[in-house]
Design a protein around this ligand. Structure first.
Ligand SMILES: Nc1ncnc2c1ncn2[C@@H]1O[C@H](COP(=O)(O)OP(=O)(O)OP(=O)(O)O)[C@@H](O)[C@H]1O
Ligand SMILES: [Mg+2]
Length: 240
């Protein structure tokens, strides 16, 4: 099947003072695929997501959305169908599960539509549905991560950007979160860009992986090929 290129980075440079956070990064995200961005601390992974979402402005290079140049501005980006779930499982702890989801759907002005989306998202996460009236501060870590993802899904995005969804979760819960991500991708054909350091279990579900180091892409391949290669070891041991 020919899937269309949804989002493209062409030779993107992002500098913070003397730090080259992104030093000529080119990446493609096709419709409906799961893409992993991997690499050590400071490699530039979060900067890629922030740049897609318009939170960071590149000094040079081009971003294309459906093959057309894009200058991302956060508010407009959501309307295009791009949702961002930042690092750190940020839920509004004093608000209920439902209220958190409603905040995720803030661009939906029609109340009936907002309610419909909320029910759809709760159907994806039965554990949250059972706790819809509970303040989210009382949820477990894994449930809070599901809620953060659910909040991103409220706008029914074409692309979901996830920054380290496994952070601080036990391995068993990480597996559950990844299974959910796989299910969302399969059922809704949502393209997913997921940032992780070095997780082979994630690579099993991804179509394409980019390995980054010091602001550069040092390898690109299918998830399976990256698992079989020694590139991650090399990067993490600083042998590149
Ligand atoms: N707003 C900023 N101001 C200055 N430097 C920044 C800023 N944001 C990122 N950097 C620097 O850019 C580089 C890339 O940072 P980035 O957060 O993208 O890395 P990362 O791959 O997400 O790392 P981690 O795995 O630790 O989250 C780092 O050297 C970081 O210190
Ligand atoms: Mg990061």
């Amino acid at each position: 099947m020919d899937s269309e290129i949804l989002l493209q980075f062409k030779n993107i440079h992002v500098h913070f003072g003397g730090v080259k956070a992104l030093d000529g990064v080119s990446i493609n995200i096709d419709e409906g695929e799961i893409v992993a961005l991997m690499g050590p601390n400071g490699a530039g992974k979060s900067t890629i997501l922030k740049t897609i979402f318009g939170l960071v402005k590149p000094q040079s290079g081009q971003i294309l959305w459906h093959q057309k140049p894009l200058s991302p501005i956060p508010y407009e980006i959501v309307n295009l169908g791009i949702a961002f779930v930042p690092q750190g499982r940020r839920v509004f702890r004093h608000l209920t599960v439902e209220e958190n989801l409603e905040i995720g759907g803030y661009i939906i002005k029609n109340k009936t539509e907002l309610k419909r989306r909320k029910e759809e998202v709760l159907d994806i996460f039965p554990a949250l549905k059972a706790k819809r009236k509970l303040r989210s501060g009382y949820l477990s870590g894994g449930q809070q991560q599901m809620l953060a993802i659910g909040r991103g899904l409220m706008v029914d995005p074409k692309v979901l950007l996830l920054d380290e969804p496994s952070l601080g979760l036990a391995p068993k819960i990480v597996k559950e979160v990844f299974a959910k991500i796989g299910e969302i991708n399969q059922r809704h054909k949502t393209a997913i860009v997921i940032v992780e350091h070095n997780l082979k279990s994630l690579l099993e579900i991804v179509d394409r992986a980019y390995v980054l180091d010091k602001g550069r892409v040092v390898a690109t391949d299918t998830g399976k090929a990256i698992i079989q290669s020694d590139i991650l070891e090399k990067v993490f041991l600083g042998k590149i």
